[in-house]
Write a protein that binds this ligand. Structure first.
Ligand code: CA
Length: 224
């Protein structure tokens, strides 16, 4: 059973999260302030930390920075009420892995948690299934209804990047880095073209994508 530490001072929200995540099969503990979060996280092994930004005395950013400073590698998802882009960037710069903006839907949060846990599991996960598709990381193969689908190496890398970051918006720049590598001489347009061909291979209806979603002005999000 995966263990999650919820750091939130508002008890109604904390207990709501605890209940929801317990129903999902996670073991959940609550810390109601930054100091208690630091103590908990250093004493016990958690698979993931949900960290609210708005905490009394020590805010979530400071807590996150302190946790990374002592060498803690546990994935951290920040819960932020702020929608301003700069605040999100600050969260990631302090060492958080992801952020979810309040108010969030339980479904969105669950997807982010799953994706963060999947990233830590890394290549230990042999295959990932969505719809009738199966992504086989060991064989670098995509199958639909059990039959191999013809994918180029780049298309597979792109698909793998989406699956490993499920539920999270990836900008074209991030996709270029993840798939083509730093410093590759390709344009955003190349990303879009590859998304189009990938959709033809994985979407039931490529004109109405349900797995690789376009997020206007931001990039793409995989909802598998
Ligand atoms: Ca709070």
């Amino acid at each position: 059973m995966k263990r999650i530490l919820v750091v939130e001072d508002e008890s109604a929200i904390a207990f709501g999260l605890q209940l929801d995540l317990k129903n999902e099969g996670y073991d959940v503990e609550i810390a109601s302030n930054g100091e208690s979060a630091l103590r908990h996280a250093q004493k016990e092994a958690y698979d993931l930390i949900l960290l609210d930004v708005m905490l009394p005395r020590k805010d979530g950013y400071e807590v996150c920075r302190d946790l990374r400073r002592v060498g803690l590698k546990t994935p951290i998802i920040m819960l932020t009420a702020k929608t301003h882009e700069a605040e999100k960037v600050l969260g990631l710069e302090t060492g958080a892995d992801d952020y979810v903006t309040k108010p969030f839907s339980p479904r969105e949060l669950r997807a982010r948690i799953k994706a963060a846990l999947r990233r830590t599991a890394g290549d230990d996960v042999p295959a990932y299934r969505f719809g009738d598709a199966e992504v086989d990381f060991k064989r670098c193969e995509l199958r639909r209804a059990g039959k191999p689908v013809d994918l180029t190496a780049l298309e597979f890398k792109l698909l793998a990047a989406f699956v490993r970051n499920g539920g999270k918006v990836l900008s074209r720049d991030q996709l270029l880095d993840l798939v083509w590598g730093h410093g590759a001489f390709v344009t955003d347009r190349v990303v879009d073209n590859h998304v189009v061909t990938l959709r033809k291979k994985i979407e039931p209806d490529p004109s109405k994508p349900r797995y690789i979603i376009s997020v206007r002005g931001m990039g793409y999000r995989f909802d598998g």
